[in-house]
Design a protein around this ligand. Structure first.
Ligand SMILES: [Cu+2]
Length: 485
């Protein structure tokens, strides 16, 4: 039954998409059209080596013009909205100094980084108003795309929504030697994808007006990419590499190209896949990153599209369509030089095997949405408390975690590690999902993940595992764990 509903929805999208130029579709929420196009903002790149491994970011209140001439109240890292992309290198230690010039305390988490709890930036690592915090990040993991964002108790959703998010791009000898597109902002393009609401061109400030928003998470109407509305970007007539980050508070998207033009997935959160995998769509929950490559040879223009997925796919109504919006129009400029191609081989992932599974310490985590007031959102019946360590892990042990969740898909994120998927919602992972990950949307069908924690997290600075729907995280669907010898 569900399959037919999905097919019906796709059909409706196709028909409506054809007449609207794919930009805006009807649905339960009608979406306003914003005809003007804007050149894609590319976040400033700070190369940690060129910066002498010494970087300062100011967490600031600001104003940002999503629509030309209309100022919205925002926050950013040394800029009006979002933060610079910071390029880190495996084997190097980078010092990042965060200065908090805002009225709220915050913490800055390195999402995807394999670093000790002390520098992971969890809720314990407060940066008070006016405080300057120096964070030393020794990078030991392989090339990949991670990100930084606040991770304080109760206010993560509001601070990320205001604009506090930025990318870490990690490079290593493998990523440098592969013949991939590597010109940042030219054919290696970061896309920080979010949804926001606008009233007369002004971004609607973050407010949880009712319990429904908390249950579903805040889901808004207009796509914003790198702080740009309805963007285009000029690219060479060859291979283009897109680093996708779903930095939305709660929305899940299905990304695709018109007419199901195939593209390639080359990396998940924690590194490259072994080989590129041809796909025609990719679904991403909040917190997830994927790198994809698109061949623009023979095109004048090609648009990456996003279908806004419903909070609970079970309630998809027959023939009702989900909204679809353009993420980015790639416009070919033949004067740009196309360097880089799709390699046959990308990585040499050491897959965990049967022995690892048999020897693993097993844990079950159940992400629960309840309606009783005492214990609203929880994992294994416990709502997040900074005074409670929920799990204790021994450093170096194999860990097999079985994760389930009720009511709707929950993007489960675990700190300090990359994991491999054994099963995802009861199914074996496809080739495109057999990479290193740190965030995975789980349902009532069990998902099993295998991992080994090689860094330390103490009682004072534990790691977190939690739902990456930020409203659920703030509602305490989160737990703490230590990793010790
Ligand atoms: Cu959740």
């Amino acid at each position: 039954m569900k399959r037919y509903l999905v097919i019906g929805a796709f059909l409706a999208i196709f028909i409506l998409g054809s007449v609207t130029g794919y930009f805006i579709l009807a649905g339960q929420n009608s979406v306003k059209t914003y005809p003007q196009e804007n050149q894609l903002n590319i976040p400033v790149l700070i190369d940690s080596l060129e910066a002498g491994n010494n970087i300062e970011l100011v967490i600031q209140n600001s104003v940002h013009e999503f629509f030309s001439g209309i100022k919205s109240a925002t926050k950013g890292f040394s800029q009006s909205y979002l933060g610079p992309t910071i390029r880190l290198y495996k084997g190097a230690t980078t010092s990042i100094v965060f200065r908090n010039d805002t009225e709220d305390y915050t913490t800055i988490h390195g999402h995807g980084l394999h670093v000790d709890g002390k520098v992971d930036g969890g809720p314990q690592s407060k940066i008070l108003t006016g405080e300057i915090k120096n964070v030393l990040l020794p990078i030991v993991q392989e090339a990949g795309t991670s990100w930084y964002h606040p991770h304080l108790m109760d206010k993560t959703s509001a601070q990320v929504h205001a604009g506090l998010a930025g990318l870490y791009i990690i490079e290593d000898s493998n990523s440098e030697n592969l013949p991939l597109p590597k010109a940042y902002g030219v054919n290696d393009i970061p896309l920080i994808i979010q949804d926001r609401s606008f009233v007369n061109g002004k971004m609607k400030p973050y407010v949880l007006t009712n319990g429904k928003i908390m249950e579903d998470g805040l889901r808004e109407e207009t796509l914003v990419v790198n702080g740009t509305i309805n963007p285009y970007h000029y690219v060479p007539a060859g291979w283009v590499r897109l680093r996708l980050l779903n930095a939305s508070n709660a929305r899940f998207y299905r990304f695709f190209l018109p007419d199901d033009v195939p593209f390639y997935k080359i990396a998940t959160e924690g590194g490259f896949l072994n080989t590129p995998v041809a796909i025609t769509e990719i679904t991403m929950s909040p917190g997830e990153r994927n790198e994809i490559m698109i061949d623009l040879a023979g095109y004048n223009s090609l648009s990456l599209m996003a279908e806004f997925l419903p909070a609970d796919p079970e309630y998809q109504i027959w023939l009702s369509s989900n909204p679809v919006q353009r993420v980015l129009e790639l416009r070919v400029d033949n004067t740009l030089i196309a360097e880089g191609k799709l390699p046959d081989k990308l990585n040499d992932i050491n897959y965990y095997g049967q022995t690892d599974m048999q020897n693993a310490v097993r844990r079950n985590l159940f992400m629960h949405m309840a309606n009783d007031e005492n214990n609203m959102f929880s994992i294994n019946g416990n709502s997040m408390s900074m005074d409670v360590i929920n799990e204790r892990v021994k450093k170096g042990d194999m860990e097999l975690w079985t994760i389930t969740g009720d009511m709707m898909p929950h993007p489960f994120h675990v700190h300090g590690v990359s994991f491999q998927i054994v099963t995802h919602n009861g199914q074996s992972p496809s080739e495109a999902d057999r990479g290193w990950k740190d965030t995975l949307a789980v349902t009532e069908e069990p998902s099993e993940i295998l991992m080994r924690f090689n860094h330390s997290a103490t009682d004072e600075f534990p790691y977190m595992y939690h739902c990456h729907i930020l409203e659920h995280e703030d509602a305490k669907m989160m737990g703490q764990f230590t990793v010790t010898d």
